[in-house]
Design a protein around this ligand. Structure first.
Ligand code: AMP
Ligand code: ZN
Length: 461
């Protein structure tokens, strides 16, 4: 049984999709800068979820938006648009900024073996859908106009706060909701903002020139591509108290029903136990890790060792340990790959069941990786290698790149080599007794012999 922890109910629930194709929406990046490793942890979580659904035989329609307008410096309605600010600082248009960082983001997804969702719509391509959405909310009496924009009237949605379980006073006390004199209630939020003249990104609307609020893009695009009710919505935990509450308020008010069945959130990555922030200089990107000698796969391995609902503390010692473990894992896989032996199918099926139970228990990847390691401890067997390749459909750590351990350069003397050759002949002739005797002789000389499909390998003990 496939189970996910639903933030809305604070419980693990059996997953029952609406139709025969799972519909899933993931809040995508705001493309004003390179995504950092914390962001990428969130998308690795999205990827594991996608792959688990596919592994279970579901068909999938995933949407991840690209936020290229509307995300202000605060997550609420204050401050400059992040894209406009980056454009001003880098002497580029916000559209150039968006294109550059969107491409960089997709390149990172590829390096990390993160599947690109089926659809990755940009907010700026959906301005009309958002305007229509705001109009519909206004018609139903959920929105009001002020001098600087159109706001959602939170007093009309008594269930506000049901996802974060924060009451409004706590919300307002939180730093993320700032007081704006135009609003009727401090927690009301912008659906549309009227643009000052110097605002570069602005579009015509029934309320004059302006630009959309950040939250409306997700409600408008999820409805457009996934329908008014869909299965799964994902994002990082920081989205729970503002962005996703606001999405719920917009969507449920318009549709008059619950619009998302399962809300899944990925926990944060910390650096050296604290927050990742540019001012602290600890927001690494995947490219920076690569420059330091770590691969994107080392980082993916590092992330998979922690459950997505647990905070993960990033340290270079931790990454180094992940790199070493990942290398050992590939070496061990290689031993299985080249083995001429097989494991009985009943044993393979047993391990496969354990693996499935682990991933289906709310994406328990640390346990799933543990199952892989235990399986690899078996005597080398080609069927274990094949099984791991199957698991790699979910884990996606490029198991097909399994490589031999770096060769030990120990010279093997002629006499030892001759004994090994005689043993190889004996094996070919199925003279097991002689073969074992010669193995023992090699051992006395300090060598272990490992059989390969078409030969053998000698290693120093
Ligand atoms: P943004 O580009 O700021 O909209 O963020 C993109 C995604 O990264 C969102 O789903 C955030 O919740 C997530 N995110 C931001 N910081 C972190 C972090 N330190 N650890 C994990 N996820 C994060
Ligand atoms: Zn969103």
């Amino acid at each position: 049984m496939l189970k996910f922890y639903n933030t809305l109910s604070r419980q693990k629930e059996e997953f029952v999709p609406i139709g025969n194709k799972v519909t899933m929406y993931s809040c995508g990046p705001t493309v004003y800068n390179y995504a950092h490793i914390g962001n990428m942890r969130s998308y690795i979580f999205m990827d594991i979820l996608r792959r688990t659904l596919l592994y279970n035989g579901y068909k999938l329609k995933g949407v991840m938006n690209i936020t290229d307008v509307g995300h202000l410096l605060s997550d609420a309605d204050e401050g400059e648009d992040k894209l406009e600010k980056a454009g001003r600082e880098q002497n580029k248009s916000p559209f150039e900024i968006a294109e550059f960082y969107t491409n960089a983001f997709f390149a990172d997804l590829k390096k990390l073996n993160i599947q690109k969702p089926e659809l990755t719509p940009k907010a700026t391509d959906h301005i009309q859908d958002m305007i229509n959405y705001v109009l519909a909310l206004q018609e139903k009496g959920y929105a009001y106009e002020t001098d600087d924009g159109i706001y959602f009237d939170i007093s009309k949605f008594p269930e506000y706060g049901k996802l974060s379980r924060l009451n409004l006073d706590d919300q307002i006390a939180g730093a993320r909701v700032e007081v704006n004199s135009f609003k009727r209630h401090p927690a009301d939020f912008a659906l549309w903002k009227k643009a000052p003249k110097n605002h570069i990104m602005q579009w015509e609307s029934p309320w004059g020139m302006g630009y959309p609020g950040w939250h409306i893009e997700c409600s408008a695009m999820s409805k457009k591509y996934l329908g008014k009710v869909f299965d799964i919505h994902t994002g990082g935990v920081d989205h729970i108290p503002v962005h996703h509450e606001n999405e719920i308020a917009q969507s449920e008010s318009l549709e008059g029903c619950k619009t998302v069945n399962y809300w899944l959130h990925g926990e944060f990555m910390l650096v050296d136990g604290g927050k990742m922030s540019k001012s602290l200089g600890n927001t690494y990107t995947i490219s920076q890790l690569e420059e330091m000698g770590y691969s994107a796969m080392d980082f993916r391995y590092f992330c998979l060792n922690a459950h997505y609902r647990k905070k993960l503390n990033f340290t270079f010692e931790g990454l180094k340990a992940a790199q070493t473990a990942y290398k050992r894992l590939l070496e061990s896989l290689y031993e299985h790959k080249i083995s001429p032996l097989d494991t009985p199918d009943t044993e393979i099926q047993e391990i496969k069941q354990k693996f499935l139970d682990a991933i289906n228990d709310d994406l328990n990847l640390p346990l799933a990786l543990g199952i892989v390691w235990t399986a690899l401890k078996n005597p080398p067997s080609h069927s274990i290698y094949e099984m791991c390749l199957d698991f790699d459909k979910v884990i996606a750590l490029s198991f097909d790149k399994a490589a031999p351990a770096e060769k030990n350069d120990v010279e093997i003397d002629e006499e030892t080599r001759a004994i090994a050759e005689r043993r190889f002949e004996a094996r070919k002739n199925k003279d097991w007794k002689l073969s074992d005797e010669l193995r023992e002789e090699l051992k006395q000389r300090g060598y272990a012999v490992e059989d390969r499909k078409d030969g053998y390998e000698l290693k120093k003990i």
